[in-house]
Every structure is written in structure tokens, then in C-alpha cells.
Design a protein around this ligand. Structure first.
Ligand code: A3P
Length: 298
């Protein structure tokens, strides 16, 4: 989610949350001008957008989609970071890159629905929305705030819990993000997948993605995509784990991008009271878009 998220380093700009039409961007990383223009990007049928709320498995989809494109041949991805192979559209220089990129243009974004290219509503291009159970998103995001230099370090978990519930983070309110996209799904060529399904049966999800994108892979090619997309192999792959992102963005002394990769870590952090409160808010906010999540695998 950052400028980057490339190898270039340099002076650290001042990172802070700056609202654009009610959505927080990170100054020095995101471009309000670009984000404001995304709606007018001309969309081709071959364009693919992976949409996520932060910490829902974006890096995982970058790995899977780029491997599908090279039919599982990991050596073809060895000279580019995930974020270079499948870049964000909200970053500073993304418009130029997007316009001139060869087809298929595969992009990730954390933007809510209201900013997205209008062409998607004419069923041009394809959208893959990846959702993760929001309790684990919260915990993953808490750790990411400690490790990412472009985000404010939270005082403690309880403080971050409040910030997340208020939507006072990059990505804003999780509930609004997922609702904004899912309530418009019928307007677009839209595939909804969850992080938990990927943990349970990665092969089944990769097959669904390949079929949605109309990519024909042999069984061996599918095996290769899956093999190089496991948590262990991505964590050990410098092109797929962001260890080369400069320290002005990520403090590698304090964490790793691929942190735990599990379902149910929230149980190690939420108090009983926090959990009850979260459940109440979830029930109330998700009434009109009923989605079901796996909250725990044990
Ligand atoms: P945790 O912090 O819970 O470990 P994003 O890319 O959207 O920021 O999401 C990052 C989260 O996805 C992290 O969660 C990370 O470990 C997890 N993740 C990334 N690749 C994964 C993989 N191959 N298997 C399982 N989890 C993965």
C-alpha cells in the first residue's frame, strides 16, 4: 500500500492521514489528484482489479495473480517485487504507469467503491474482492501499525481497537468498505473470495480465480502457483515478502510483512468485552449485506 512499495529509498516525507471526500489517504504515498481521477481511467476488458481492505491478503493475491500470468513459473517473477508486478492504483505515479502498461493490467487497490473506474459498472474489466474476518484484520493491522513507518504507532492494543472501530485509519471503516463493494457486485464482473477460504483450501480458490480470469492452467501449473503462494514459501521469497521495501516505509527490525498468516489470532488479543462489543456492531452494521466469515479454525 505504499509508494512505491518499491525498492527506491530517499528522504522520508511527512506521512499523515489526509481525508479526500471522506476517505483517508496517506500523504507522501498516495496522490489525491490520482485518486480523484481513478473514476475516469479508461477500462479495458482485460483489466483486473483486486480490491481489499488493508491486511486482508493483498500481498497474497499479488503473488497468486502474477504467478497465474506466468503459469506458475516462479523464475519469471524473480526480478520484481509483488508490488511492482501488481501495483496499487492509488499511489503517486500510478496513472502514468496504468495508461502505458501492456494488457492485462492487473492492479490492487484499497479504495472504496465510490472512487473506482466508472467503466467497471459497464462490465468492463474484472474485480476480485478479497475479504477477511475483521477481527483478524484488526489484529494484523495493529501489528502493521507498529512495523510500518508511514502509520502512527499505536500506544497499545486497546487504543488501536478504538481507532479501528471509529474507522480512524487508512481504509477507514471496515464495515463500510466491504459493504460499499459487495452491495454493488451485480453491476460488475465480480468475484468475491475470503482469506479464510484460501487458508482452508488454497487450490480451490486459485482454481476459481483462474476460471474467473479465463486462464487455462494445467494441473502441474496450478500446483506450481499454489506451491509458491504458501505462507512459508512467500515468507522465504525476498520478492514476495517485502523485505526489500526501504526502512523509511517499513521498519524491518520490528516485524515482517508475512507475520502469522492464521485464522483466529484475534482470540489472543480481544477482551471478552471487546469481543461482545465487536459482535454487536458487526450484527448491526452488516444487516443489509449478510456475509459469513470463518472466525476460528480450531
Ligand atoms: P497477519 O498479519 O495476520 O499474518 P495485506 O497484504 O493485505 O496487508 O495482508 C497481510 C496479511 O496477509 C498478513 O496477515 C499476512 O501474514 C497474510 N498473508 C500474506 N500472504 C499469506 C499467505 N501466503 N498465507 C497466509 N497468510 C498470508
Amino acid at each position: 500500500m505504499a509508494e512505491g512499495f518499491s525498492r527506491s529509498s530517499g528522504e522520508a516525507p511527512e506521512y499523515k492521514l489526509v481525508p479526500l471526500r471522506g476517505f483517508n489517504l496517506i500523504s507522501g504515498i498516495h496522490s489525491p489528484e490520482v485518486v480523484d481521477q481513478v473514476q475516469n481511467f479508461e477500462i479495458q476488458d482485460s483489466d483486473v482489479f483486486v480490491i481489499t481492505y488493508p491486511k486482508s491478503g493483498t500481498i497474497w493475491l499479488q503473488q497468486i495473480l502474477s504467478l497465474i500470468e506466468v503459469k506458475g513459473d516462479v523464475t519469471a517473477t524473480n526480478n520484481q517485487l509483488n508490488s511492482e508486478r501488481v501495483p496499487w492504483i492509488e499511489l503517486l505515479d500510478s496513472r502514468k504507469q496504468f495508461v502505458s502498461a501492456p494488457s492485462p493490467r492487473i492492479r490492487v487497490s484499497h479504495l472504496p467503491y465510490k472512487f473506482m473506474p466508472l467503466g467497471l459498472k459497464q462490465k468492463k474489466g474484472k474485480v476480485i474482492y478479497v475479504a477477511r474476518n475483521p477481527k483478524d484484520v484488526l489484529v494484523s493491522y495493529f501489528h502493521f501499525h507498529k512495523y510500518a513507518n508511514m502509520l502512527e504507532t499505536p500506544k497499545d492494543f486497546d487504543t488501536f481497537f478504538e481507532k479501528f472501530m471509529e474507522g480512524n485509519v487508512f481504509g477507514n471503516c471496515w464495515f463500510e468498505h466491504v459493504k460499499s463493494w459487495c452491495s454493488h457486485k451485480d453491476e460488475m464482473n465480480f468475484l468475491y473470495i475470503t482469506y479464510e477460504e484460501m487458508i482452508k483450501d488454497l487450490r480451490a480458490v486459485v482454481e476459481r480465480i483462474a476460471s474467473f480470469l479465463e486462464r487455462n492452467l494445467t494441473s502441474q501449473q496450478l500446483n506450481d502457483v499454489i506451491e509458491h503462494s504458501t505462507f512459508k514459501n512467500m515468507k522465504n521469497n525476498p520478492q514476495a515478502n517485502y523485505q526489500q521495501i526501504p526502512v523509511i516505509l517499513l521498519n524491518h527490525q520490528l516485524g515482517t510483512f508475512l507475520r502469522k498468516g492464521t485464522v483466529g489470532d484475534w482470540k489472543n488479543y480481544f477482551t471478552v468485552a471487546q469481543n461482545e462489543r465487536f459482535d454487536k456492531v458487526y450484527q448491526q452494521k452488516m444487516k443489509e449485506v449478510p456475509l459469513s466469515f470463518i472466525w476460528d479454525m480450531n
